[in-house]
Design a protein around this ligand. Structure first.
Ligand code: SF4
Length: 303
C-alpha cells in the first residue's frame, strides 16, 4: 500500500484478519481478509474492502453510519486489495480457486462511482483466475447511473463471476424504511433491474436479509416480485454491533434456537427460492470480518 499505512490489525491468519489503514490525509478505512476453515487459502480466499469513509446511509444495525467523510478513489479502494494480495503473494499471482473481492465493508458502494473504475482495474491487477467480484448494496434511489455502469462492468469483465447482493432486510415497506433510512429502490425496481442484469451463466442475484427476531419477511411477497430462477434469498445473522445493542435488536438466526428461522427457510423454499443460511464462524464473528469496525468508537457496517 504505497501511500497507505496499516496502523493496526486484528484477528488471526487461520480465520480472519481486520486491517485498519490510514491514508496520507489522515482518513482511515478498514478492510478484511477471511478464510472458510477447513478450506485452505488456495481454495477460497475472501477480501472485503471499504468504498466510503464511513457511510451517510445510517442503517439501523450498522455502526458505519454517522461519521461520513467522503468517497475513496479507485486507487484507495485497490490499495486495500493490494495490501493483502502483496502480503500473501508478492508476485501478485493469487492461486485461490475462488478469490472473492467483496465491496461490502464501510460504505454503500453505489454512492461512489470510483467503485466502477476499481472493479474494472481489479480484473487485470493480479493474476487471479479465481477472481469473483461481489457487491452488496441497499440500492439507493439516486444511484441509477451507477447500476447502469455496474451492468457494463459485469458484462465486460465479470460474466458469470459477479455476485450482486441487495440488502433488503424486510418485505414490509415501512419496516424497510426504518432499517434503511434513505430513498431506495422498492422490491419492484430491484426485480426489474435484476431481470435486465441476469443472463444465462451469471450468478443468481442475492436478496439478503440480516434478520432480526420478528422481522417481516414474507415469502409470498418475495415470490410475487422475484423470479426464483434469477434471485436467491440469503439469511444472515444480525451482527453484534453497537447499534444493534443500542436498539435492543436480537438476531433471528440463532444456532441455539433455530425454530423461527427454520420455519422461514422452509416457507421460502416452498415458494421455490434457493435459500442460503449464513451463520458465520463464531470466531469470525468475534474478529468482526462479517462486519464490525475497530475504527473510532467501533463503527460497523453490515450491508
Ligand atoms: S449497512 Fe451499508 S449502507 Fe447501511 S449504513 Fe452500513 S455501510 Fe452504509
Amino acid at each position: 500500500v504505497s501511500e497507505t499505512r496499516v496502523v493496526s490489525e486484528f484477528g488471526n491468519d487461520s480465520v480472519a484478519k481486520v486491517y485498519v489503514a490510514q491514508f496520507p490525509d489522515g482518513r482511515m478505512v478498514e478492510f478484511v481478509e477471511s478464510l472458510q476453515p477447513p478450506r485452505p487459502r488456495e481454495e477460497k480466499w475472501v477480501v472485503i474492502v471499504s468504498s466510503l469513509f464511513g457511510c451517510p446511509v445510517k442503517c439501523a444495525m450498522c455502526d458505519a453510519g454517522g461519521d461520513y467523510r467522503g468517497q475513496l478513489s479507485a486507487e484507495q479502494i485497490l490499495a486495500q486489495t493490494d495490501y493483502v494480495v502483496r502480503s500473501r503473494y508478492p508476485d501478485g499471482i493469487v492461486p485461490a480457486k475462488r478469490f472473492k473481492v467483496q465491496f461490502a465493508r464501510m460504505g454503500e458502494p453505489a454512492l461512489n462511482p470510483a467503485v466502477l473504475e476499481a472493479l474494472s482495474k481489479l480484473k487485470t491487477r493480479y493474476t487471479a483466475p479465481g477472481l469473483v467480484a461481489c457487491l452488496s448494496t441497499v440500492a439507493p434511489a439516486a444511484s441509477g447511473k451507477f447500476f447502469e455502469g455496474l451492468l457494463d462492468v459485469k458484462e465486460n469483465y465479470y460474466r458469470g463471476r459477479f455476485q450482486l447482493q441487495f440488502s433488503v432486510h424486510s418485505t414490509d415497506a415501512k419496516e424497510r424504511d426504518a432499517i434503511i433510512p434513505v430513498a431506495k429502490w422498492g422490491l419492484g425496481q430491484i426485480s426489474r433491474f435484476g431481470d435486465t442484469w441476469f443472463r444465462p451463466g451469471d450468478m443468481k442475484i442475492t436478496l439478503n436479509f440480516a434478520a432480526a427476531k420478528g422481522s417481516k419477511i414474507d415469502p409470498a411477497v418475495l415470490a410475487s416480485h422475484f423470479d426464483t430462477r434469477r434471485f436467491l434469498v440469503k439469511l444472515t445473522p444480525l451482527n453484534p454491533t453497537k447499534a444493534v445493542a443500542r436498539r435492543g435488536m436480537e438476531t433471528m438466526l440463532d444456532p441455539d434456537a433455530p425454530a423461527e428461522s427454520d420455519q422461514l427457510v422452509q416457507a421460502l423454499r416452498d415458494e421455490g427460492f434457493e435459500v442460503i443460511v449464513s451463520i458465520g464462524d463464531q470466531e469470525e464473528n468475534r474478529i468482526g470480518s462479517n462486519c464490525g469496525m475497530y475504527l473510532g468508537d467501533g463503527a460497523v457496517k453490515s450491508s
